[in-house]
Ligand binder design. Structure first.
Ligand code: SAH
Length: 225
């Protein structure tokens, strides 16, 4: 990492810490998990954004990645990762591979990442980035995330990085007991509620509304053309 990238990265980390402190009332903590912040320091975000946005890669905001899609704001990536409550033995599912940045963050924290995407070009480009940077525990698949990825279920945690109209039943089914599903839910043109959906040990489902957010929609595969 060059000195310049390192400086920008350090600024990004400070911005995330400030926004976490600023939103502490909503998220219920002053600081995110140290391992999550460490992951944010190690993944080179500029490798996941288009070449014309290199200089913006470390600002604490969302960026366009083409195809009408965005790479989420770093603070939101860190917060959602923290909410998943994962460890190095976790097997997790991500819906919405996009640039691959969120999957790469997860890759450094867990045993295995399964990630689903509907736009083939984005999935292919993310896979190339994973190969280039050596993130070898991520498996991608094209498909509608509303259905989840039943073959590898149940998952220790699931993250959805596009806004659903409702919590998809399949994702709750594919979650392990004591597992967390982190998902923005609400109308297509936002704002949506970032929800922490927990499956308790006894199978009971509890939902906590954490923060108002704005995500691109989780589309139905049939509705794409
Ligand atoms: N996690 C990504 C954010 C991508 S934006 C990153 O770190 O860059 C949301 C992504 O969800 C888009 O790439 C979009 O194509 C994808 N998406 C939308 N609807 C989907 C669906 N039903 N199933 C899987 N992916 C979907």
């Amino acid at each position: 990492m060059t000195r310049e990238v390192k400086d920008r990265m350090e600024n990004m980390i400070r911005d995330i810490e400030n926004e976490v402190a600023f939103t502490r009332r909503y998220i219920g903590k002053d600081k995110l998990d140290a391992r999550v912040m460490e992951a944010m320091k190690t993944v080179p975000r500029h490798e996941f954004v288009p070449s014309n946005q290199q200089l913006l890669a470390y600002i604490n905001g969302p960026l366009s990645i083409g195809h009408g899609q965005t790479i989420s704001q770093p603070y939101i990536v860190a917060l959602m990762t923290d909410m998943m409550n994962i460890n190095s033995n976790s097997v997790v599912l991500e819906i919405g591979t996009g640039s691959g940045y969120q999957a790469a963050i997860l890759s450094t924290l867990v045993k295995k990442v399964y990630s689903m995407e509907v736009i083939p070009e984005l999935m292919e480009s993310a896979q190339q980035t994973f190969a280039k940077l050596g993130y070898s525990n991520i498996e991608c698949r094209l498909g509608d995330g509303h259905e989840g990825w039943p073959e590898h279920a149940p998952y220790d945690a699931i993250i959805v990085t596009a806004a659903a109209e409702q919590i998809p039943d399949a994702l709750v089914e594919q979650l392990k007991p004591d597992g967390n599903l982190v998902i923005p839910v609400g109308p297509t043109y936002g704002p949506q509620d970032l929800l922490l959906v927990r499956k308790e040990q006894d199978g009971e489902i509890t939902t906590r509304d954490v923060l108002a957010v704005a995500f691109v929609p989780l589309v139905r595969t049939g509705s794409r053309h």
